[in-house]
Design a protein around this ligand. Structure first.
Ligand SMILES: C[S@@+](CC[C@H](N)C(=O)[O-])C[C@H]1O[C@@H](n2cnc3c(N)ncnc32)[C@H](O)[C@@H]1O
Length: 280
């Protein structure tokens, strides 16, 4: 906005250190993670509702979850009766935590967890259903992600992508834990280096990230995502934009109006829930 130095000062004023954590702190927190199956089931239902009830639970189908994190949603899926579920994440320590959670469950259905980068992973079979929650905006190359997902989906299969918040939306920088005051479109208004300096000083002291890409943000716009889906050969079966606002209908209606305006809509599209299938 005003250059690196002044932007840094403004941002620093609104930042706080309550969530400051070193790598060691983060690792300890990860190890303390404990699955709460009831909570995970609630969370899963919240996501599945946003796909207009099109997500099918069928023990005869093969499922893939991309960017599973600690696997909480996968345990909830298994508990619902999904027996053939593979869940991958690029971060090895997250998969190790996900594996550990098996101890707390005696369900017959257990997800199969793997450390893998979806952009270069070659599974030994294709999937009927591919799900990914809150991950598409983090994968470093979203076009390649769509292309890989298309390649490993069975011809009659379906993809369920739900993700939020997109980078160009009001809180798309994912840095809300670092600030006392949330300035909308902060990542677009302020200097990137200033944002990263404040992040280092007040939030993640061991992380020398210099660009948004270094903190797992691919900067994809909603309109770009739609063009990627079409480019790789998907057809959109269902899409819901900002469904989280449905709890307050006036906000949802205003959002629907704003997000329908070409180009401007990208700046108001925070959450996307989409069901995709292969073009026939
Ligand atoms: C915000 S977390 C979402 C975790 C989980 N799906 C959930 O909703 O609780 C995003 C996850 O995507 C993973 N991820 C990012 N890029 C990836 C890639 N190229 N391949 C596989 N996983 C990736 C990250 O490691 C992270 O665990």
């Amino acid at each position: 906005m005003f250059g690196e130095k002044l932007d840094y000062r403004i941002l620093r004023f609104f930042a706080y250190s309550d969530n400051l954590a070193t790598d060691k702190d983060l690792r300890e927190r990860e190890l303390q993670h404990k699955l709460d199956l009831d909570k995970s089931k609630e969370e899963l239902n919240r996501h599945l509702d946003r796909f207009d009830q099109q997500f099918m639970i069928d023990p005869n189908l093969s499922y893939l979850d991309i960017g599973c994190g600690f696997g909480d949603l996968d345990y909830a899926l298994s508990d619902l009766g999904i027996s053939n579920l593979t869940a991958i994440d690029i971060v090895e320590s997250k998969i190790a935590v996900a594996e550990q959670q098996k101890e707390h469950l005696d369900s017959v259905n257990q997800p199969k967890f793997l450390t893998a980068d979806i952009l270069n992973w070659e599974p030994d079979h294709k999937f009927n259903v591919i799900l990914s929650i809150n991950t598409v905006e983090h994968v470093r190359d979203a076009l390649k992600l769509c292309d890989r997902v298309h390649a490993i989906l069975k011809d009659e299969g379906k993809v369920f992508f739900g993700f939020c918040p997109l980078f160009h939306s009001p809180f798309g920088d994912h840095q809300w834990e670092c600030y006392r005051l949330q300035i909308p479109w902060r990542a677009l208004i302020f200097n990137q280096k200033a944002l990263m300096s404040v992040r280092r000083e007040c939030y993640r002291p061991d992380d020398n990230a210099e660009r948004f890409e270094d903190v797992w943000l691919n900067r994809m716009k909603y309109s770009e995502f739609i063009s990627y889906c079409k480019k790789v050969g998907f057809q959109i079966e269902y899409i819901s934009i900002n469904p989280q606002l449905k709890v307050f209908m006036p906000a949802y209606l205003i959002s629907s109006l704003l997000t329908s305006i070409p180009k401007l809509g990208d700046y108001f599209t925070a959450a996307v829930y989409v069901v995709l299938s292969k073009k026939v």
